[in-house]
Design a protein around this ligand. Sequence first.
Ligand code: KG4
Ligand code: ZN
Length: 342
Amino acid sequence: MSDHVKILAIETSCDETAAAVVVDGRKVLSNVISSQIDLHTLYGGVVPEIASRKHIEKIVPVIQQALDDAGMKLSDMDAIAVTSGPGLVGALLVGVSYAKALSYASSIPLVGVHHIKGHIAANYIEAPELEPPFMCLVVSGGHTHLVNVNDYNSFEILGLTRDDAAGEAFDKVARAIGLGYPGGPKIDKVSREGNPEAVSFPRAKVDEGRYDFSFSGLKSAVLNHLNSCSMKGEEIVQADIAASFQAAVIDVLVRNSMDAVDRFGAKKFAIAGGVASNSHLREAMESECKKRGIDFYHPSPILCTDNAAMIGCAGYYAFMAGERAPLDLNAVADLPLSDPSI
Ligand code: KG4
Ligand code: ZN
């Protein structure tokens, strides 16, 4: 092993086949992402069976491209990091099986990475000064978690969604108002032309879990509003509904996050996951952090949505802590964040 630790990272948890080469955790030499979005757009959402089949087609060329872009060979790698959960089990299995085969054939150690830990780690890549402890809001298509990052491999969940994830709510509402899939970026864009106060949608508060989230009531409120407009023959202004819905989501994300920041006295606050690329959410979080005099971090959009560079970064800190995955590593659809074996 040279002085530098080189990791080949693989990510196939949903609809992106991705591979990256990351050096010493934070230096990204290559970051290849083959997105299946166009394919799933035809069906209005991710079709798990199609995702798995596409991963099988793409995994070999995507990994080869990542090594080529980095100017390296597999034998130059010190470890292989792969997302082992959570995610779509058939999609995860493609990456996990391939990584295990590569590790076995080349005798390069294998590290299993938790997908949410990867999203959190995306923040390290462009912020060399960022170190734990900090608080992080992970908002993606499958997850809404408020987490205390106590150390590189130590996480404490403060709050999570009781029903829909934030990104899932964006996608469902976008479909209902005719914007199509994926909804997040489309709502983000169209909201710029809309009035966020046009419709007053509910901001759910989960009483027993102080920092928990709930978005299914908001989604139903949007659907009810659309129904009542159509029954009354009123015109639906897409941009106003999008902006009003988005404002409600952001209010709740900001309220819970800042309550927790105040309560725990966090000095640094980060956002991660696909929804973290939302421009309105970034602006709102940035201004709240500024008010409190604390540092705010967010990855570039390409590192917010699913990618393998973030898996390489999280994998590096797990590898340095001595974590190694056995060759019977399995894909786990609902892998918990606090699982000490990952
Ligand atoms: O992190 P990600 O790529 O996949 C999961 O791990 O789930 O997140 C995808 C989600 C989708 O729900 C997508 O609509 C949402 O992130 N998203 C956004 C934006 N860009 C992506 N949501 C709101 N605003 C955006 N700009
Ligand atoms: Zn993700």
